[in-house]
Design a protein around this ligand. Structure first.
Ligand code: SF4
Length: 561
């Protein structure tokens, strides 16, 4: 096996999730990952592409995915055998803290001389606590690790001064040294992803799992284009908001990718015939910027499905231009609540009237799929309000569901309040009660949790943890019936959802009874019947792809081994 200059490791959320499947939650149902969030961050692809261009050999090692796919996958043995000069572990989203720290500890046990580098937004927030672990050597702060990593890899090879690496946190004579967070790129033009890097890599890699980003990728491939870093909005629960980016990453302006570069990325993805998801609202910077991208796309013959996200409804004119540039387009928007006041407090200032007008126009212009995301567990949201949101979903389906293109989703917000978000820093002001503050608090929660209810790091002023859970079940059952009525779910799919909800309820009830008897967490885990499927979405609901991975590979002249 060729030694890598850098191996980027993606951890599962909970290191020993295979021994405690009762913890699987409905929160993942709105992303392509499974409940252990095995999809590695897009930043890995950007870092790998950037460093490869500079002559480094970078490997991505999705340990979460390997643990998920191979029941007997021996993590320790795998980490022992890794040949690399340095290891990068992502701790971008905080729910990965348990997996990330455990993997770092095991890796260091076998390779005490190989440096371990942490990065990502959560690492940037909790860098000081992370550096107290003996087995973590470096943290790179900020939202762009590419250049600091390049400098660090060069220094690791040539033995110069770590003080010259921007954004780096390191140890010197047992002291933690924090370099200034001075590298905050103004645009993303240097960070094009070499999409072919991953598929070409198949030939030299040992297995398919060395490159696929998430488990269902084989059935439902989708690739993403990152249009920006930072956000102009300040949604209180978002760790990627303007407030959070400014405090964690010292980012004062949004970094955008030039329209030409975005189109280049879409063209690269289209050569694989994979659907393409554009991350970030193209209208954030200005209408001109978004329209320029559409103009450029119009000149190309893009025949893949392209999914656009909007933070607020665009104009009719923009949707018209979009439809003329991309024949196969879909849209995502997250009003979060049907209640305009709760939505406003969540940072989204548009009315239901504006939303329905947008849906109407998008469908009229040929939008293939229109996904609308609502959330349970927001500040200022009551039980009745969530049930009203379910009724609003029914209303939308009644109004627009003549051909099944509208897809409303409803899911709990997240297991943890995002560190650095407004709600995390000022919970009372935004209607939250925060139960975890430090990195250790969050680690311990993941270490001891038995059910997904135990994982919630917060409650709201109106909803306790147990109420968020029960409300999630009730609203999901109601929404499943509504979706069956409108032909979005088959009767079998609905029945499966109801069955799984009942099973999940039983698990929580059993855990409560066993806890009341004074049983330890380990004993309770051993007593449980495990759930291991998605709970609230039908199996086909998140699928944009009309083709499978075999065809994607064929388009690149490769075949599955
Ligand atoms: S949730 Fe709000 S703040 Fe966060 S990225 Fe989306 S629009 Fe921006």
């Amino acid at each position: 096996m060729k030694e890598a200059d850098l191996t980027l490791i993606h951890p599962p959320t909970i290191y020993d999730f295979r021994e405690r499947l009762g913890i699987w939650s409905p929160i993942n149902d709105l992303v392509p990952s499974t409940p252990i969030f095995e999809m590695y961050p897009l930043g890995f692809a950007s870092i790998a592409s950037y460093l490869e261009r500079q002559g480094f050999y970078v490997k991505i090692d999705n340990i979460a995915l390997k643990m998920l796919c191979k029941k007997n996958f021996d993590v320790e043995e795998h980490l022992r055998k890794i040949k690399t000069k340095a290891v990068g572990i992502d701790l971008h989203w905080l729910p990965h803290v348990h997996g990330a720290i455990n993997l770092a500890k095991i890796f260091k046990k076998w390779h005490p001389e190989i440096p371990i580098i942490f990065g990502g937004l959560s690492s940037s927030y909790y860098y000081h606590e992370l550096m107290k672990f003996d087995y973590i050597d470096f943290v790179i702060r900020g939202d762009s690790c590419e250049l600091p990593l390049l400098k660090l890899l060069n220094i690791l090879e040539n033995g110069k001064d770590y003080g010259k690496v921007p954004n780096l946190v390191y140890k010197k004579s047992d002291k933690i040294v924090v370099n200034p967070l001075s590298y905050v790129p103004r645009n993303l033009d240097d960070f094009s992803i070499n999409y072919s890097f991953f598929l070409k890599g198949l030939k030299s890699m040992r297995s398919l799992m060395d490159f696929i980003p998430y488990m269902n990728f084989l059935d439902k491939p989708i690739m993403a284009v990152l249009s920006c870093k930072g956000c102009k909005n300040n949604c209180p629960t978002c760790g990627g908001s303007r407030f959070a980016y400014r405090n964690i990453c010292r980012r004062r302006n949004i970094a955008f990718k030039e329209p030409e570069k975005i189109v280049e990325d879409i063209l690269a993805i289209s050569s694989f015939k994979s659907p393409c998801f554009i991350i970030g609202d193209l209208l954030q910077i200005s209408r001109d910027y978004g329209e320029r991208i559409l103009e450029l796309l119009k000149k190309e013959d893009i025949d893949i499905p392209v999914i656009f996200e909007f933070f607020s409804p665009p104009t009719r004119l923009f949707l018209d231009k979009l439809s003329k540039s991309i024949p196969d387009f879909s849209i995502e928007i997250s009003p979060e609540s049907h209640d305009e006041e709760i939505r406003r407090l969540q940072g989204r200032c548009y009315t239901n009237n504006e939303l329905t007008k947008m849906i109407d126009t998008a469908l009229e212009k040929g939008c293939n799929r229109f996904d609308i995301y609502f959330i349970i567990g927001l500040g200022h949201q009551t039980w009745n309000s969530v049930m009203e949101t379910v009724r609003y979903c029914e209303h939308l389906l009644e109004k627009f569901s003549n051909d099944g293109r509208i897809q409303p989703f409803l899911s709990p917000y997240a297991p943890f309040l995002d560190p650095g978000s407004l709600a995390f820093e000022h919970p009372n002001k935004y209607g939250f009660i925060k139960h975890c503050k430090t990195l250790k608090d969050h680690f311990d929660l993941l270490e001891t949790a038995i059910t997904w209810r135990d994982l919630l790091s917060y409650e709201t002023q109106y909803l306790k943890r147990s109420e968020i859970v029960e409300l999630t079940y009730r609203s999901a059952m109601k929404l499943a019936s509504i979706k069956e009525n409108y032909g979005i779910l088959t009767q079998d799919e609905k029945e499966k959802i109801l069955y799984q909800i009942n099973a999940s309820r039983k698990i929580i009830k059993t855990v409560d009874e066993l806890r009341a008897k004074g049983l330890s967490s380990q004993m309770i885990r051993e007593d449980l019947e495990y759930l291991n499927n998605r709970i609230f979405c039908g199996s086909s609901e998140l699928n944009w792809s009309k083709i499978g991975i075999k065809e994607v590979l064929k388009n690149f002249g490769l075949s599955l081994r």
